[in-house]
Design a protein around this ligand. Structure first.
Ligand code: ADP
Ligand code: MG
Length: 256
């Protein structure tokens, strides 16, 4: 443990081997052991190797690393969008490896909110319909889903945009719709892959404030990819990947 003179913030640095210490007695909501992912194209690429990681409920963690280091691969595996080559992932106590495709779809639907760099909204649906979609998929009736969607759009400051199509919004507004959609089911895990990558600095700061607020107010566990060192430093914990390995897991503690 040491304290930097400049910021007065205390750091403790652990190697990947000591990852388990990060959560103490708190139950990990993301629990990863010896994860590997190889892509078999013309040329085999090892995107992740020997990654073990434990993230506790309510943590807000930033994920850094050069382009190609495996950040999106890791998020996609945690979000059950893709399957690992080996190793184990458990989300909220559920091991993904034993699940059928239908069960994986259910984990994605019930436990994970995903925010992408390119928003991924459906262009032919209004904001309200985009946000309500995950609720329809869960069998909510139309009126209840619409009520919840309206509430969430209020929460992200888009009360007056509910009937607009994504095309009619600015980048920042679209990302707010994507956040509202990711939160529609109050997922225990929120995964964000460069959520501010396509936004100007000011709008990016607003979106980050929103994500942070949702973490502190709704207790969502957040894992967020960012290239911005200052943004990463505002999270209590930062994990760095290089060539598919965790090379640093840094926990910041407020100075006493
Ligand atoms: N679908 C894919 N098929 C083949 N290789 C891939 C695929 N997705 C990613 N990769 C490779 O895996 C490595 C990690 O990629 P990625 O996880 O996207 O990195 P990052 O998000 O950190 O930039 C890179 O070498 C990339 O080219
Ligand atoms: Mg990426």
């Amino acid at each position: 443990m040491y304290r930097t003179a400049r910021s007065g913030i205390q750091f403790s640095v652990r190697g990947p081997d000591f990852g388990i210490l990060s959560v103490g007695t708190r139950t990990p909501v993301i629990d990863i052991v010896n994860l590997a992912k190889k892509y078999n194209g013309k040329r085999q690429v090892t995107a992740l190797e020997d990654v073990s990681l434990h993230i506790a409920k309510g943590e807000m963690v930033s994920l850094m690393g050069p382009s190609g280091s495996g950040k999106s691969t890791l998020l996609n595996l945690i979000g059950a969008l893709d399957k690992p080559t080996s190793g184990e992932i458990a989300i909220d106590g559920v091991r993904l490896s034993g699940l059928s495709d239908d069960e994986l779809t259910r984990v994605r639907r019930d436990k994970i909110g995903f925010i992408f760099q390119f928003f991924n909204l459906l262009p032919s649906l209004s904001c309200e319909e985009n946000v309500a979609l995950p609720l329809h998929l869960r069998g909510w009736d139309r009126r209840k889903a619409r009520e919840r969607a309206t509430e969430l759009l209020d929460l992200v400051g888009l009360t007056r945009r509910t009937l607009h199509l994504p095309d009619e919004l600015s980048g920042g507004e679209r990302q707010r719709v994507a956040i509202a959609r990711a939160l529609s089911i109050y997922p225990p895990v929120l995964l964000a892959d460069e959520p501010t990558g396509n936004l100007d600095t000011h709008t990016g700061a607003e979106i980050l404030g929103l994500i942070r607020d949702l973490n502190s107010r709704l207790g969502a566990t957040v894992l967020m990819v960012t290239h911005d060192r200052e943004v990463a430093a505002t999270c209590p914990r930062t994990i760095t990947l290089r060539d598919g390995h965790i090379v640093e897991d840094l926990v910041r503690q407020p100075a006493l």
